[in-house]
Design a protein around this ligand. Structure first.
Ligand code: AMP
Length: 214
């Protein structure tokens, strides 16, 4: 397998900007962006039995079973690294069990943790809207559409994700603190962890992250 580029895991609570910053990194480094939540939502959109099962966990803000996440993501990571030499991975692993399922032959190079307080996560996620057609993401506070709740590019009415409502947001944050946060220590011990404050503007956070790769 040819791995010449970084393989990066993004950590951080919901709304910390992993998606926004992850996509910027993939453009700069020219490697694929693997967003676990979106890959699972793609499966739901096909209407398959697997998709229906995933939705029953995700709508409530719970993780899908670890064996499903591991099967999906180890395949995607291996493929991305062998095709493009690296990857930015958002949303995997999310538990100690999943971390054990990270492909052994892949050399993980960076773990970026974007820190954010729960109060700010809830504020940001409650304001998030998506275009169901082209998947563009808006935020009614920081990045609103030009016209009242419609997509700037295609005019489609924006929607809120099923798990971006207060009860599911709180559950996702609880799962993050309980299952995902303990993993941070593991990557710190491995010398791979970089901690970034997620509170400043998108541009400032982008600059902080880029310092690591320059
Ligand atoms: P996100 O878009 O990252 O907030 O993820 C949305 C939802 O997808 C999560 O609340 C989980 O239900 C599911 N999900 C995402 N990543 C994983 C994972 N690594 N393991 C299990 N479930 C996941």
């Amino acid at each position: 397998m040819k791995q010449q580029k970084p393989v990066i895991i993004l950590f951080g609570p919901q709304g910390s900007g992993k998606g926004t910053q992850g996509k910027k990194l993939t453009e700069k480094l020219n490697i694929p962006y693997l967003e676990t939540g979106q890959l699972l939502r793609n499966e739901i959109a096909t209407g398959s039995e697997d998709g229906k099962r995933f939705a029953s966990y995700m709508d409530k803000g719970n993780l899908v079973p670890p064996e499903d996440a591991i099967a999906l993501m180890s395949k995607k990571i291996t493929q991305a690294v062998s095709d493009k030499g690296g990857a930015v991975i958002d949303g995997f692993p999310r538990s100690a069990e999943q971390a054990k399922g990270f492909p052994e032959d892949i050399n993980l190079t960076h773990v970026l943790l974007i820190d954010l307080e729960d109060k700010e996560s809830i504020r940001r996620l409650s304001a998030r809207r998506n275009c169901p057609k082209d998947k563009k993401i808006y935020n009614m506070i920081t990045n609103p559409p030009k016209n009242n709740e419609t997509c700037d590019d295609c005019g489609t009415k924006l929607v809120q994700r099923d798990d971006d409502f207060p009860k599911a947001i709180q559950q996702r944050l609880d799962v993050y603190h309980r299952d995902t946060e303990p993993l941070i220590e593991r990557y710190k011990k491995m010398g791979l962890l970089h901690r970034i404050n997620g509170m400043p503007s998108i541009e400032e956070v982008e600059k902080e992250i880029w310092k690591i790769f320059e």
